[in-house]
Design a protein around this ligand. Sequence first.
Ligand SMILES: Cc1cc2nc3c(=O)[nH]c(=O)nc-3n(C[C@H](O)[C@H](O)[C@H](O)COP(=O)(O)OP(=O)(O)OC[C@H]3O[C@@H](n4cnc5c(N)ncnc54)[C@H](O)[C@@H]3O)c2cc1C
Length: 535
Amino acid sequence: MDESAELKLASSYNHWEPDGTYDAIVIGSGIGGLAAAAMLAREAGQRLLVLERHYTPGGYTHAFRRPGFEWDVGVHYIGEMGDTNSQLRAMFDYLSDGELQWTSMGDVYDRLVFPQLTFDYITGRDRLEQNLVEQFPRQRDKIAAYLQAVEDCVKSSENFFVEKSLPAPLAWLSGWLLRRKFLQWAGKTTREVLNDLEIDGDLASVLAGQWITYGLPPGQSSFGIHAIVTRHYHNGGYYPVGGASQFAATIIPSIQRTGGEVIVRAPVKHILVENGRAVGVAMEDGREIRAPRVISNAGAHNTYCRLLPNDAQVRPLRERLNKLAPSLPFLNLYVGLDATDQQLDLPKNNIWVYPGPDHDTNLANFLADPQAPLPLVYISFPSGKEPTFSERFPNHATMQAICPAPYDWFKSWEHLPWKKRGEEYEQLKGQFADRIQKTIEEQVPQVKGHIQHAELSTPLTNRHFANYALGEPYGLAHTPQRFLERKLLRPASPIRGLYLTGQDVSTISIVASMVGGVSCASVILGRNLFAKFND
Ligand SMILES: Cc1cc2nc3c(=O)[nH]c(=O)nc-3n(C[C@H](O)[C@H](O)[C@H](O)COP(=O)(O)OP(=O)(O)OC[C@H]3O[C@@H](n4cnc5c(N)ncnc54)[C@H](O)[C@@H]3O)c2cc1C
């Protein structure tokens, strides 16, 4: 899709006037917001108004450019897109009218590099098991037991998520039963389940190695999210052809076909609540826009703690939500290279680099002392995965590297605008950028001398562009406690007329956030829309 076509997908709020009435207003155009809007448009002919505060639609699926380069933000790899008959692939095919195309990352999707060993995550569950057994031959039974635990946990999660879409009386009657099995897994940390299976040492390091994909090391993450995310990749990693911006580019036309609109640079200030019911939104410039329903894709924290009025109805909800921690923020180094992937022989797979075998210790050391070794550097190769990149950006390639970092280290600059945070902030960024770049050059030495652009984002960047107050990349942290919260993290909020969609009503990941949107539309229409996509 060329840039002029991309611009037609969304109008700018500054030049826009509401035209007629809308069936619902969606706050935020992340994949969860777009999926909910597109489902309501396609299934019920509804007219949606999607209001996005950023200058471009897509939330974390948007892409940004610098001269000669383009990077995605929150799309490195997606699982389960290789099987055209799978339910998740069918959902994307439906929402995008078959326009969203996928390309495989190939045999290896993740390479884990520890000081003492290297391990490749290989496409195919059986091949992964074989590879694990080859590396840890004396732990064959434990590996089988672990993979079975992952399967069992993921299987039990189906009912847990179904319960979120049920009408209130049904959920009240059957909710406990539907949630119980998954909570037996999700109520434990990843470390606790590994301990139950008597898995420790290098095998534990490898099995919990992909922890940044769900945001917490094994001692803190729920085994529920560990199983869901790692299992998601068992059949390999996929990437959207044309880059991350193709999510919005291919889904928005479904919203527009029934008269809906996606408006960018449109920050919502408040949700209007009258007589206990959401009736519309107030924009930052004071304009009010009304609709019978409001769907928030802005995350649970923004919705309950910033967008709703601080009244007697909402206050207890805030107190309840504030018991759940935000996810751990990242630093992200966006690297532009003056040669192609082929010239530099860059891989498609991600490379994960750790300073030691124990992920919790690596992170705790770094959080206690920023000079301690970086607890994890996750390197990815967006241009290498994207077959049209070389036509769009000839003679160039891109890389990204992520490393966790707490919000507090950057908090003192939070009141200052983007790009104007001063010398001290730039120096701090420069120090981290240099350390991350050093890790990149150690792992991928052929890029030395080819780095033309390197730009670090911090938790403040995330706060500025994605509106997560503490720069939290994945919304609420995926702790066991998160999965025990039933009332607030579901599409139907306790406020009549207000619905939630996206990662906080499901879990982190593009597919889960999209599922959150389908779930939200199911609740609004009172129909199980998932049945449409049954395998
Ligand atoms: C660095 C990073 C890497 C990731 N890598 C992967 C990956 O490889 N694979 C994968 O599956 N997932 C990945 N994820 C996770 C995935 O991107 C997210 O889970 C998913 O995109 C979240 O979608 P969402 O719809 O819930 O919300 P978001 O994408 O966060 O969208 C919310 C939207 O709401 C808008 N908004 C907020 N407040 C307002 C307001 N007041 N008014 C108007 N608009 C507002 C925001 O601007 C934003 O556009 C990654 C995430 C990050 C941060």
